[in-house]
Design a protein around this ligand. Structure first.
Ligand code: PMV
Ligand code: MG
Length: 341
């Protein structure tokens, strides 16, 4: 066991598959965003949890602000016991609140904090937590809390990559939780699929922040009754097409699948595309790029993939003129000729 450690977790944004991925077995493509949270942990005589989100710190005594972190600590302590490790108190300081001027970016801070706490404790105990194990533990914490999400955010943050995620039946795993020991539960196949995607196409990934905070949980509750079989079929087709297009380096197919994924969301509920998100998307028309809302919508961020620098610059200028801030920009993927034979 170490006496101290420092770990980080990234943010995430959906490229495609939002809402559909809430239905077990449906896929989404989610990208890691390297805007980080940091956790500094050290052994201590008593538990002390501190986050720059709050003015106060907490122990393990119930504290509503720290409930998510406390439940993560409890889950990790239970996991340590399954490994015959004796849990010891520590102090954990979390910083990097993924917001500016009190407005959150909407890039996955709650999922990130769970993965961060798990990673920090694993580092202290010198445990090698593989991404899949990290994902299952983080999902376990959120399922215990009755979270209504797909866990796609956790998958992306645990793998810290561009991923294809096919969701599992959360209700079924929650039921199994009641009768199984943690160790057995973790050993089971939950039925999800997570794989990394390495795009064979270089492009700019741009994130536009609307500065209008949205609460995914509320949007999900508002929108979920509109999710139909035809929406699911359409979304799956576009997500699968997007993965294939990224792998094949097929720019036109990338553009078209994201465009169609966007249209499916727009038709799903008027709550998703706010006026600002409509501007964010429409700013791409006529340019060599494609833009859409990301995640639950209703505010937060939208994303764009752009295939030349002039288009990126023009898109960013249009966003700025509409009060949409460029939160992040990355040259992603790599042009690679298809291997022969
Ligand atoms: O707004 P975000 O980035 O938290 O994404 C939510 C995506 C949904 O599919 C709408 C919900 C979920 O948990 O998958
Ligand atoms: Mg959101």
């Amino acid at each position: 066991m170490k006496t101290r450690a420092s770990v980080q977790t990234c943010g995430k944004l959906y490229l495609a598959g939002e809402y559909a991925v809430l239905t077990a077995g449906q896929p989404a493509i989610i990208k890691a965003v390297p805007i980080y949270m940091t956790g500094k942990i050290q052994t201590a005589s008593a538990y002390r949890l501190a986050s720059d989100m709050f003015e106060h710190s907490a122990s393990l005594e119930p504290d509503s602000d720290y409930a998510l972190i406390q439940e993560t600590v409890a889950a990790m302590n239970a996991y340590l016991l399954t490994l015959s490790c004796e849990p010891r108190p520590f102090s954990l300081a979390i910083s990097g609140k993924m917001e500016r001027e009190g407005r959150k970016f909407g890039i996955g801070s709650s999922g990130s904090v769970v993965v961060l706490t798990l990673k920090a404790m694993a580092a202290l105990y010198e445990l090698d937590l593989a991404p899949e194990r990290l994902f299952k533990l983080a999902s376990y914490v959120l399922l215990k809390r009755g979270d209504n999400g797909s866990m796609g955010d956790l998958a992306c943050i645990a793998y810290e990559d561009l991923i294809y995620y096919r969701s599992f039946d959360r209700a079924a795993v929650s039921r199994r939780m009641e009768s199984l020991e943690l160790q057995q539960l973790l050993a089971e196949d939950w039925g999800f699929e997570i794989r990394r995607i390495k795009p064979r196409l270089s492009m700019d990934f741009l994130v536009g922040w609307t500065k209008q905070p949205a609460i995914s949980k509320d949007l999900v509750n508002q929108v979920k009754s509109a999710i139909s079989e035809s929406f699911l079929t359409g979304s799956r087709a576009q997500v699968d097409a997007l993965e294939q297009a990224l792998l094949a380096g097929d720019k036109a197919a990338v553009q078209s699948s994201l465009e169609q994924a966007s249209q499916l969301l727009e038709a799903l509920s008027p709550a998703i595309y706010t006026d600002k998100l409509k501007v964010l998307k429409e700013a791409a028309s006529g340019l060599n790029c494609v833009a859409k809302s990301s995640g639950a919508g209703g505010g937060d961020c939208g994303i764009a993939l752009s295939f030349d620098t002039a288009s990126s610059d023009q898109l960013i200028r249009a966003w700025q003129a509409a009060g949409i801030e460029l939160l992040y920009r990355e040259r992603m993927g790599r042009d690679e000729p298809k291997s022969q034979g």
